[in-house]
Design a protein around this ligand. Structure first.
Ligand SMILES: Nc1ncnc2c1ncn2[C@@H]1O[C@H](COP(=O)(O)OP(=O)(O)OP(=O)(O)O)[C@@H](O)[C@H]1O
Ligand SMILES: [Mg+2]
Length: 242
């Protein structure tokens, strides 16, 4: 895909240290996310992926650096890894409730959610309580919640955890169509290298709070498997401990 002239969302030198932590969780991270592209955020456990997504979404305030958005009107939607869902609401009640918080009418909410409930085969469960759903189903409802606010940038923290093969395939196709047809910029973290390789235009690799690679998966691989190439740029996060 041709990159747009002007970068739309710029992450510039973001650093974040948790209270009482000895080491920064993020050290001067810079990269860009344009409308219409899917960027994968990859790295070992504790590399800083969730912290970075929280900083970009505004849930955390970095000690230094900036998020610059070159648009007058935009919306950022973040689907975190540790979901907070209302156990005693049904799927439909949850979606109507969240939709109403975004000032959407029932007709507008239905227009967004009906095709997505069908996509995830959740339409027969729309009157089930959230507490009675499987983990993968809850993740799917969380994705629909994220879309309800009609974001221009969609941040997803390990969005397909617990998805079966068919749901994974449908979600990959859906995210690709959101990016390419609706020009939404998507940043998603995942340990599933197959997903990253299938749908991401570029990857950003973090290692212990530092950005160690930004570019395409094919450039990174250079005749290796994605897994081997990732491990070779990431090094061994445990090495410091020995
Ligand atoms: N609430 C917290 N308080 C202190 N340190 C934290 C807190 N949350 C995360 N950290 C630390 O910040 C660093 C980055 O954590 P983060 O959760 O962003 O990693 P991650 O890349 O999302 O890992 P994973 O793949 O396991 O989800 C880690 O060293 C972690 O121990
Ligand atoms: Mg995480």
């Amino acid at each position: 895909m041709e990159r747009l002239e002007m970068v739309m969302l710029e992450i510039r030198e973001i650093s974040y240290t948790y209270d009482n932590a000895k080491k920064a969780a993020l050290q001067s991270i810079s990269f860009e996310l344009d409308r219409g592209e899917i960027v994968g955020l990859v790295g070992h456990n504790g590399a800083g992926k969730s912290t970075l997504l929280e900083c970009i979404s505004g849930l955390k305030w970095p000690q230094s650096g900036k998020i610059i958005i070159n648009e007058k009107e935009y919306g950022i939607s973040f689907v975190p890894n540790d979901l907070f869902l209302y156990n005693m609401l049904t799927i439909k009640e949850t979606l109507y409730f969240i939709g109403s918080l975004h000032s959407l009418s029932r007709i507008e909410i239905d227009k967004v959610i009906k095709p997505l409930l069908r996509l995830f085969s959740l339409n027969s469960k729309e009157n089930d309580y959230m507490k009675d759903l499987s983990y993968g189903m809850k993740q799917q409802v969380a994705l629909i919640i994220g879309i309800l606010s009609k974001p221009t940038y969609f941040l997803l923290d390990e969005p397909m955890n617990g998805f079966d093969a068919l749901s994974t395939k449908k979600t990959k196709d859906y995210l690709t169509s959101l990016a390419k047809e609706k020009e939404i910029g998507i940043l998603l973290s995942s340990h599933r290298l197959d997903i990253i390789e299938d749908i991401c235009d570029r990857v950003v690799i973090l290692n212990t709070g530092r950005l160690v690679y930004e570019g395409t998966v094919s450039q990174l691989k250079n005749n290796q498997t994605f897994e081997d190439a990732l491990i070779s740029v990431s090094g061994d996060k445990h090495a410091d401990n020995f």
